[in-house]
Ligand binder design. Structure first.
Ligand code: SAM
Length: 285
């Protein structure tokens, strides 16, 4: 199979970049340096892979589509590209983390963008930055400020772990086949914490519970995890809606709940989430 005969697979969200000006703009934004440890998610037919390989001394890529893996191996034969045929959602990125933080890039399939970002946050201590092309609506949610309609669970969680910057818009005409919606580039940079959450799992549970029904008040939403007696002990106006609280308030609430009752003292059963914990090695940033 060649690039010309490959039929884009909808189930893998295949919209291939074809606008060379835009590809150059994105690569310029990423600003790869020869020794960077870059990981590309979903290289597809290599639209970004090719210009990246002009600078990088090595590049890792994770691609789920077996046909594209074969195509890429042939196209980039002799180049310092290692392709991992795998589902990025299941992939253990520890395999690619050595003694320097990785840089992750990808024109992501829209259907996996949110779970993939959550999966990658598991490794946030070993990630230098992430540049993604996503559906504009998702980028707006990632970057949303408190008090806005777009501010929600993904805004709070991603902005706690990373600096989030919306970079530029990408029209449907930049792709083949063309998607129905606008896209945008987002840069996520994991950063040191100003206030640290004491229990990451509890933080994820709390934020999820608070935004379960965004039209309801915090008090109503928190009923799923806290008794009314517990709620009375919190120093927080629970008559507010979840979008009113800034990220720091979610961090403070988490730490108060953790100190008072611990994760096991809540009403819902514990969920296993490990954001920030999968990567234990010490990486110099
Ligand atoms: N990077 C290429 C480009 O810009 O033209 C392709 C982008 S296309 C939107 C998404 C790519 O991600 C496809 O190559 C698709 O096969 C791959 N993909 C889809 N789901 C994936 C997954 N779960 N894990 C790894 N790759 C995936």
């Amino acid at each position: 199979m060649t690039q010309d005969t490959h039929r884009a697979r909808k189930r893998f969200g295949q919209n291939f970049l074809q606008d060379q000006g835009l590809i150059n703009r994105l690569v310029h934004l990423i600003n790869p340096q020869p020794e960077d440890a870059v990981v590309e998610i979903g290289p597809g037919q290599g639209a970004l892979t090719e210009p990246l390989l002009q600078t990088l001394t090595s590049l890792d890529a994770v691609e789920i589509d077996r046909d594209l893996v074969a195509l890429l191996r042939e196209k980039f034969q002799g180049k310092p590209l290692t392709i991992h045929e795998s589902d990025a959602l299941q992939y253990d990125f520890n395999q690619l983390i050595d003694n320097q933080p990785i840089r992750v890039i990808g024109n992501l399939p829209y259907n996996i963008s949110t779970p993939l970002i959550f999966h990658l946050l598991d490794y946030q201590t070993a990630i230098k930055d992430m540049h993604f092309m996503l559906q504009l609506e998702v980028v707006e949610r990632l970057a949303a400020k408190p008090g806005t309609k777009a501010y929600g669970r993904i805004s709070v969680i991603s902005q706690y772990y990373c600096d989030v910057a919306q970079c530029f818009l990408v029209p449907p005409t930049a792709f083949h086949p063309q998607p129905k919606v606008m896209s945008a580039i987002v840069k996520l940079t994991p950063r040191p914490f100003s206030i640290r959450v004491q229990n990451d799992d509890l933080f994820i549970r709390l934020v999820k519970a608070c935004f379960a029904q965004r039209r309801k008040t915090l008090k109503n939403n928190l009923k799923s995890i806290l008794t009314s007696e517990q709620m009375q002990q919190l120093d927080c106006d629970l008559s507010l809606r979840p979008e009113a609280l800034p990220v720091e308030m979610y961090v403070k609430l988490t730490n108060t709940i953790d100190a008072l009752w611990g994760a096991d003292g809540l009403l819902d059963s514990p969920k296993k989430k490990t954001i920030g914990k999968k990567h234990k090695k010490d990486v110099q940033k």
